[in-house]
Design a protein around this ligand. Structure first.
Ligand code: BTN
Length: 254
């Protein structure tokens, strides 16, 4: 049976200090990111915006994020911490790694992050992260495929349901992830890139792999060596040269 999102149920498992202490739950919205952008001035640090469905869910480079009613998690977290826009790549990676780590610990699944923002299971995408900035705030958008069956998913996507063969309680999942994420966020505030690098070593899907990266200007082939301190991807080209793909440059990486 389809269980609806319920703020009381989420709060009953929530142990955070500020993330998700206030929840705005919407039955339907164009995009939780757009809602957050429009209402940012009135939204406090840590507010969570949740929707049962989105009409115009969006991902990186304006790609469509399929958002059927009641099946998945579509949420945006507001962080107001005098951010500089340069930190967006770090926050994107932090959130991707934190979600991968949480899903691994909760369900024992081999979840990884395909740089920079795809959370994957096998070759398929199970979640996507979109961090955006406005007025020194960061809005982290998270789309997680939970209870969709194969017909309800776009190509190259998967869901928890497909791997666990039973429906998952989204209210519990949201609360547990936020408990986990707040700890990781606070750790990152203290340790910065060093913390991200630790997560990279454990959860990066591309480390040591030969990849083809398509950017606006070129196609690059090489072996992935490391995560740069600005969150670019360091590759060793076939000719032996090292080069970096910038976070905002990559369109597709395989
Ligand atoms: C990506 O994979 O490119 C990122 C996808 C992010 C989707 C989420 S769903 C909740 C939030 N609202 C949106 O419109 N997008 C993000």
């Amino acid at each position: 049976m389809l269980e609806k999102l319920n703020t009381d149920k989420i709060k009953s498992s929530l142990k955070t200090k500020f993330i998700g202490r206030e929840i705005i739950l919407l039955a339907n919205i164009d995009s939780t990111q757009d809602y957050a952008q429009t209402n940012l001035a009135t939204l406090a640090n840590g507010v969570l915006i949740l929707a049962e469905s989105q009409n115009r869910g969006r991902g990186r480079f304006g790609r469509v994020w399929h958002s059927p009613y009641g099946k998945a998690i579509y949420m945006s977290i507001i962080l107001k911490d005098n951010f500089r826009a340069e930190l967006l790549p770090q926050v994107t990676l932090l959130t991707s790694f934190s979600l991968a780590k949480y899903l691994h610990s909760e369900y024992g699944l081999d979840i990884k992050v395909r740089w920079p923002n795809d959370v994957i299971l096998g070759k398929d995408k199970i979640a996507g992260i979109l961090a955006e900035t406005k007025s020194e705030a960061i809005i982290i958008g998270i789309g997680l495929n939970v209870n969709q069956n194969l017909q309800e998913l776009p190509e190259s996507a998967t869901s928890l349901f497909l791997h666990l063969a039973r429906e998952q309680d989204r209210n519990y999942l949201i609360a547990q992830f936020l408990n986990h994420f707040e700890k990781d966020y606070c750790c990152w505030l203290k340790k910065g890139y060093k913390f991200l690098r630790e997560l990279w070593l454990a959860y990066a899907s591309l480390k040591g792999k030969k990849v083809v990266a398509k950017t606006n200007f070129k196609v690059i082939r090489g072996v992935v060596e490391d995560l740069a301190s600005d969150c670019g991807l360091i590759l060793r080209e076939d000719f032996g040269y090292q080069l970096k793909i910038n976070f905002n440059e990559v369109i597709k990486i395989r």
